[in-house]
Design a protein. Structure first.
Length: 277
């Protein structure tokens, strides 16, 4: 394991027994094909602490780990930190409030939230590269979590894979959604689960609390659109035009990776813009 960082880890459940190791890494751990290939090449695809073949069959209770070589820090262009709103910061983590329309990060120019965080670190004399633990769609707003070290990023990724990270969103969908419910519809062949709770039903739209059980690309947007309730402002998925996409990351909560027994809950207030119906 010298020179490698564990980025994903999970124990195989009885219902997952019999899956091939590579399939488990893709479908359960959410590993991209590119990262899976790299893990295989570098003997970072492991079963119970040892490198294993991607075609090997798993048993209940096996611990699957994916480790990749420690890499040099990614060069992120630095932007001025003016306007950056920090929701939480400690020695290992920083959470920022992303406004709608701003990408999570950009490696080509200075136009991303991570670029502003890089500027903030530089202004404090810190030689750190912000490492996004997750992303928000550019037109969405709310909490984005950054790790200050690669190891911490990997530890939170492991918590993510184990289902210990809770993500709550505020959304406005077209039409009336009057009862709490769960959407289970695969996205690109992968399991995807979204929980919904109506907050307020209007004549033509509904304010919702949404919990992501899994985290697929555009999951909330795709799931609601598939059921005929696209998000307000989500023209891409059939929603009505609006000032912005009606999707805001309200809360992220998880066990602190370095403070044993501490549960972090990071919240972002609803923005005072055109999000509300």
């Amino acid at each position: 394991m010298q020179g490698k960082i564990i980025i994903k880890q999970a124990e195989v459940k009885p219902s997952e027994a019999g899956l091939e190791l590579g399939v488990f890494a893709r479908e359960v751990l959410g590993l991209s094909s590119r990262r899976l290939q790299k893990a295989v090449r570098t003997q970072g695809l492991m079963r119970n602490g040892r490198p294993a073949h991607s075609k090997s069959k798993l048993r209940a209770g096996d611990v699957v780990q994916v480790a990749l070589p420690a890499q040099e820090q990614v060069k992120i262009p630095v932007a001025k930190a003016g306007g950056l709103r920090i929701l939480y910061e400690d020695e290992w983590l920083l959470a920022a409030d992303k406004p709608a329309g701003l990408p999570t990060y950009s490696v080509k120019d200075q136009g991303g939230l991570a670029n502003q965080v890089a500027g903030y670190f530089l202004s404090r004399g810190l030689k750190l590269t912000p490492r996004p633990v997750h992303r928000l769609d550019t037109p969405a707003s709310g909490v984005v979590l950054f790790a200050k070290e690669a190891e911490v990023q990997a530890e939170i990724s492991a918590l993510w894979a184990q289902g210990q990270v809770r993500r709550i969103y505020y959304a406005i969908c077209l039409g009336k959604w009057e009862r709490p419910g769960t959407i289970e519809l695969p996205i690109q062949g992968r399991r995807a689960v979204t929980k919904l709770e109506p907050l307020k039903v209007h004549p033509h739209c509904t304010e919702l609390l949404v919990e992501l059980v899994t985290g697929r690309t555009h999951q909330i947007r795709r799931h609601l659109a598939a059921l005929g309730h696209p998000l307000w402002g989500d023209v891409r998925y059939g929603g009505p035009r609006g000032p912005r996409l009606a999707l805001h990351a309200l809360e992220v909560s998880f066990p602190h990776p370095r403070k044993k027994g501490e549960q972090l809950k990071i919240c972002s207030p609803l923005p005072a813009d055109e999000l509300h119906p």
